[in-house]
Design a protein around this ligand. Structure first.
Ligand SMILES: [Fe+2]
Length: 435
């Protein structure tokens, strides 16, 4: 081991990985702790971020009452846009700048938590929006210091945003998604209460569960951290540092939980055990991908979601065409894992086995097919569209989809093999239909 590391160091490759995680409180009823937690960070004025749907639910009153009981002032921002844009981020930043809060609380899905991260960042360290945005779209300027404390409370079991330093948004002028990725954006605390999931329609549990599945599969098969160039300084190690022994622990556990509970959780809001276990899987996969990084299915998803013109998903209160994040990701997954399997057939087979496939006796050359067939089986069982053609794309759109994917340099660099326009074009063609 040490010899390998000496060799890696001599080649200028990475020899270490960093584990970052938010403080996590997980369990039913934990939303009642939010007020005391916000107060414990020394705050007396809380900016509470949510959206108009969540604001009408009993869980919003639970959090509000908890904050009132803790004796803090609360200012509410409920204008978060589902699938945020640069314009909706700017609105939230203006609110946060005026609010002068000393603690942030977010209650909602990934859109709410991501918007709260951005508002906290730019209210604390003012700059032009593109200053901290990932290159090549933005300037990727490092965040200059810590943000205000942020207590993040997810209401969907999917994005893992409550434990990652990533905030994603649509840059309208580009017609594609981009984001900000920096450890400083990671919420100080995550309070994860499975009671929230009883309000989720089955379509939302399905799409967000596929996001969890892809976080685990992509982090588990990402480029190993030892294959990356060593950072120029200790503080320059990227969040997408590649798969590592820590992320493997969370990925394996999340895949096994999804294998047991995903279909049950999507089937019935009354199945409390399954919904809670999928939320735990989302937490574990979120911690894993926050320390490893996802790769190609996510990179492709930003083009799939960003260029949609007509698809309106069932079960979502969408006023305009959109592809939910988890759906946009999984539509690419069977094609991608067929292509990446030869970089680590053992891992692709192990992932399938963790999901419940009997892969005993399978050859390494079968790994991609076995994993892809299992993902497609789950997609059919949960009524996902049949590939990207199911959300309105055809052969004619492949060039635009490839062009929308290429700017995702951070994610493509985390893939286990080099991918250029030709490979992405092949991937989108094979992702058009699966059955
Ligand atoms: Fe995701």
């Amino acid at each position: 081991m040490s010899c390998i590391h000496l060799e890696a160091a001599a080649l200028g490759l990475e020899t270490a990985f960093t584990v970052d995680a938010s403080r996590v409180t997980f369990g039913r009823g934990s939303l009642r702790e939010v007020g005391a937690r916000a107060r414990s960070h020394g705050g007396s004025r809380v900016a509470l971020f949510t959206d108009t749907r969540v604001r009408k639910l009993p869980i919003f009153e639970t959090v509000s009452a908890s904050l009132r009981a803790a004796g803090v002032d609360v200012v509410v921002f409920d204008e978060v846009r589902v699938e945020p844009t640069d314009a909706s981020f700017e609105t939230a930043i203006r609110f946060a700048t005026d609010a002068r809060a000393d603690v942030y609380v977010s209650l909602g899905g990934g859109s709410v938590i991501d918007t709260c991260k951005a508002a906290n960042l730019y209210a604390t360290h003012p700059a032009e929006l593109l200053a901290y945005v990932n290159a090549p779209v933005g300037l990727a300027r490092p965040v200059p210091g810590p943000l205000r404390p942020h207590v993040a409370c997810p209401t969907t079991s999917g994005t893992g945003s409550e434990v990652t330093g990533i905030a994603i948004f649509d840059l309208l002028a580009l017609g594609a998604k981009t984001g900000i990725a920096h450890a400083a954006l990671r919420p100080t605390e995550a309070v994860i209460d499975a009671d929230c999931t009883q309000f989720l329609p089955r379509e939302v549990v399905a799409a967000s569960g596929f996001d969890v599945l892809c976080h685990a599969l992509e982090s588990f098969t990402a480029r190993p951290f030892t294959a990356r160039a060593a950072p120029a300084s200790a503080n320059a190690r990227p969040l997408s540092q590649g798969r590592n022994p820590w992320s493997d622990v969370g990925c394996r556990a999340a895949l096994a939980l999804l294998g047991r509970f995903f279909l049950r959780a999507a089937d019935s809001a009354a199945d409390r055990e399954a919904r809670e276990q999928v939320m735990w899987a989302a937490t574990l996969a979120g911690i894993a991908f926050g320390n490893a990084g996802v790769h190609v299915p996510h990179a492709m998803s930003y083009a799939v979601a960003g260029l949609v013109t007509e698809y309106v998903p069932p079960g979502y209160a969408a006023a305009e065409p959109m592809v939910p994040h988890g759906m946009a990701v999984v539509l690419n997954a069977p094609a991608v894992f067929r292509l990446t399997a030869d970089t680590s057939p053992d891992r692709h087979l192990e992932a399938a086995a963790l999901l419940g496939v009997d892969a005993r006796g399978a050859l390494p050359s079968d790994a991609g097919e076995i994993l892809s067939v299992e993902i497609a089986r789950l997609m059919r069982a949960l009524h996902m569209p049949n590939g990207v053609s199911g959300v309105g794309y055809s052969e004619d759109d492949v060039d635009a989809l490839v062009a929308g994917t290429l700017p995702q340099a951070r994610l493509l660099a985390n893939a286990p093999r080099e991918l250029g326009p030709d490979e992405l074009s092949l991937l989108f063609r094979s992702a058009l239909t699966y059955w």
